[in-house]
Design a protein around this ligand. Structure first.
Ligand SMILES: *[C@@H]1O[C@H](CO)[C@@H](O)[C@H](O)[C@H]1NC(C)=O
Ligand SMILES: *[C@@H]1O[C@H](CO)[C@@H](O)[C@H](O)[C@H]1NC(C)=O
Ligand SMILES: CC(=O)N[C@H]1CO[C@H](CO)[C@@H](O)[C@@H]1O
Length: 715
């Protein structure tokens, strides 16, 4: 009996206690006086001036790495799973899939990695690589990538990374990237291409062979370093004299036999040229100095609570993306361990994992992970589906636990740490946590905004906070970051210690810093984290980077944001989604859609505007129950829903509902779609028209419905 009482009363008391000591409206960002274009600027409340380094006496990534290796010599740094077997599995439809049987992690200590890095650096010198020549790394995330990167840093060699998409496509690398790679290699003047053709590689034998086929055109590349020892025979073009191929371990061996002194960079030297996707046109190479990356690495160190030498980080996102590159440098900087995995082998049920064997997360049991929203959305959908499929008591219990946890989170994050949480964790969420190894204590999310729904779901099921970052490659991924005790959703946090965030008026788009209740405007980011510009693209650099009269660099993001009272930023729109009509009026697609979607007849919609017409049109996915109810009330006969959607009366009714919503929200006349097309089939993530979080993908929809759109303008 008494045990029962304790079990009930203690959680209650703990919950109540924290309820009462609830958030005291903590100020996370404070106003700051800055130069440049007028606007409203906010800084991190703990750092009056931009943070440049969180390690005393460390000003480059090369210094940071050496510093950590000297301190943590015997600790594990890099871990890779042993490949036990590679097997083919035949699916019922006759297709074969490669499955991997992977073993335990095998670890290299800090001291051992440092030795390998020094050897690689010496080896580079020995094979005749001069420091002003660049090295391109084109490989999936793995230990050798990190070693090659650090080796290049020790010789003050700039590394070119080739874009690997982080979105849904991260899971299937496209041919486009390879085509892009060729043009990038030519324009950046790289001398060495380090690549690998391992089990989860973008550059398999086939691509390597293609590369060889066009080697004649890639006349800057003189050497190829393969991260695997066994070099495919298809690649032996040495006869052609175009380039030499050698293995990474061979370069290390040469370096060991012929040690060379380090040639360390300075903080203003370019560490990385990172190519970003660029949704239009050719990818752009962002030049990042050691100081740039170190500023962001330092910021994140101050944000993740207790990030010290006992964490285990699961690395699987592409290292060609700044989020992963920064994350690995932080983890290695504080003396923690990095275990490598891949998106296709992450969990026990991942595509490439042999049935009955373990995925990377269950073997490594990481404490910290980075993820992109697309992956977290998938986790959420996966768990939801599983719970719904189980049904019965399990589902009821899950729903109850979820609701309890959600209301606790509504109080404050700390209220969530009571005994009740332990109970729910034990009963319900333990199984979800186990999917990622059961020890996750912090998740980093970046690359795109995370939906509030997914954020809550992951918070609750994993029992861990998500640090959500907002930033672009151009700002080294750092701009704002939500602090671990910030339990709000839908916002992207306060400025990181290394950044100032400024909002400036954008009158044409209707966003002003004088807006109430919150100042709004284009987001401009300043501080040591702002990169030096685009490689060989001065025109574009001048367009989006500006140096103010006080010498601070600012990057113009093109995103529209608003500041909350506590100094946190929320992204509300994008300049790109704001279109100028024929007569010069601006229409914010997202804003108008948000207003019109409130209409009961709308499931989803996309507003379309272009500079060639004076009015907008819209594609509207109609809500079947609402429209059918209306039709039956009106006595309108129809054969099926598609038929109903074609009817003139239906269209009129939906447009009338739009007018009502538009009036309520005081939209301008030109913002209301003059013509609409009702669609009877929903947009699903499977169709590629919306994201997993059901956000519309404009380009995909425009393409899929190009005929309908042009018809709307014709008639
Ligand atoms: C590093 O390399 C760059 C480019 O070759 C050069 O301009 C710079 O002076 C070098 N830094 C040092 C410290 O030698
Ligand atoms: C959480 O709080 C918001 C507003 O503060 C409220 O709308 C919502 O219903 C609350 N959710 C729960 C589960 O208490
Ligand atoms: C490269 C760069 O932008 N450096 C700037 C970093 O921030 C300091 C302090 O704000 C500036 O003085 C540097 O010019």
């Amino acid at each position: 009996m008494s045990a029962y009482l304790v079990g009930v009363l203690v959680p209650l008391a703990v919950t109540l206690f924290f309820r009462n000591s609830k958030k005291s409206e903590k100020k996370r960002g404070l106003p700051v006086d800055v130069g440049g274009e007028p606007g409203i600027a906010i800084r991190n409340s703990r750092f009056p001036t931009p943070l440049e380094t969180a390690w005393e006496g460390v000003f480059t990534l090369a210094e940071l790495f050496e510093y950590a290796c000297k301190r943590h010599g015997d600790k594990y740094l890099l871990g890779t799973r042993r490949l036990i077997a590679r097997e083919n599995e035949v699916a019922p439809d006759g297709r074969t899939f490669e499955k991997l049987h992977l073993g335990e992690y095998e670890w290299l200590t800090y001291a051992k990695v440092f030795e390998k890095v020094c050897n690689f650096a010496s080896g580079l010198a020995h094979i005749g690589h001069r420091r002003e020549e660049r090295v391109a790394i084109f490989a999936d995330t793995r230990a050798e990538w990190f070693i090659a990167l650090q080796g290049c840093f020790r010789r003050n060699v700039t590394v070119v990374t080739i874009y690997a998409s982080l979105g849904e496509d991260a899971l299937c690398h496209s041919l486009n990237e390879i085509i892009n790679m060729y043009s990038i290699l030519e324009s950046t003047n790289v001398n060495i291409l380090a690549l690998y053709r391992g089990y989860n590689c973008i550059c398999g034998n086939k691509e390597l062979k293609k590369l060889v086929d066009i080697s004649g055109q890639l006349d800057t590349v003189k050497r190829l370093i393969c991260m695997d020892d066994e070099i495919p025979s298809s690649a032996s073009v040495e006869q052609s004299g175009q380039w030499t191929i050698t293995s990474l371990s061979n370069v290390e061996k040469l370096g060991q036999e012929n040690p060379a002194k380090a040639d360390l960079p300075q903080s203003a030297d370019i560490a990385v040229i990172m190519y970003t996707s660029g949704s239009t046109g050719l990818p752009k190479g962002v030049m990042m100095t050691h100081a740039n990356v170190l500023a962001v690495v330092s910021s994140v160190r101050t944000i993740v609570p207790g990030l010290e030498s006992n964490d285990v980080y699961l690395a699987y996102l592409p290292l060609a993306h700044i989020l992963e590159l920064a994350a690995e440098n932080i983890v290695a900087g504080v003396g923690s361990a990095i275990g490598y995995g891949s998106p296709l082998t992450l969990t026990d049920t991942s595509n490439k994992i042999k049935r009955g064997t373990k995925g990377d997360a269950s073997v490594l049991r990481p404490t910290v992970m980075a993820a992109v929203p697309a992956i977290l959305d998938r986790v959420r959908d996966g768990v939801r589906k599983k719970v719904d499929a189980t049904g019965g008591l399990s589902k009821k219990l899950f729903d109850l636990a979820y609701a309890r946890r959600l209301s606790a989170l509504n109080g404050s994050w700390f209220g969530a740490w009571g005994l009740e949480m332990l109970l729910w964790n034990f009963l319900v969420f333990r199984k979800v946590r186990a999917v990622l190894g059961g020890r996750i204590r912090f998740l980093l999310s970046g690359g795109a905004p995370l939906s509030g729904d997914t954020q809550r779901f992951i918070n609750i099921c994993l029992g861990a906070p998500i640090g959500q970052g907002y930033g672009l490659t151009e700002t080294c991924a750092g701009a704002t970051f939500s602090e671990f005790d910030d339990t709000s959703v839908g916002r992207v946090g306060n400025p990181v210690p290394s950044s100032f965030i400024k909002l400036i008026d954008w009158p044409e788009g209707g966003y002003l810093t004088s807006d109430s209740p919150m100042p709004r405007g284009e987001i401009v980011i300043g501080g040591p984290n702002v990169t030096v510009g685009y490689f060989k693209n001065e025109e574009k650099t001048k367009e989006v980077y500006k140096v103010d009269e006080r010498g601070m660099r600012w990057f113009y993001t093109g995103d529209i944001g608003q500041f909350h009272a506590d100094g946190c930023l929320e992204i509300v729109d994008r300049k790109k989604d704001i279109v100028k009509l024929q007569h010069g009026e601006y229409v914010s697609l997202g804003k108008v859609e948000a207003v019109l979607t409130v209409s009961p007849y709308v499931d989803n919609m996309m507003l379309h505007a272009d500079p060639f017409h004076s009015y907008c049109v819209a594609l509207v996915v109609a809500s079947q129950p609402a429209l059918e109810e209306w039709a039956s009330k009106q006595g309108i006969a129809f054969s099926d829903f598609a038929d109903l959607c074609e009817k003139k009366e239906t269209m009129k009714e939906v447009q009338a509902s739009f007018l009502k919503e538009a009036k309520k929200s005081r939209l301008e006349k030109f913002e209301i779609p003059a013509k609409i097309k009702l669609l009877s089939n929903p947009w699903t993530p499977e169709s590629g028209l919306v994201t997993a979080a059901l956000k519309i993908k404009r380009e995909a929809i425009r393409k899929a419905f190009s005929e309908e759109l042009s018809k709307l303008y014709e008639s």
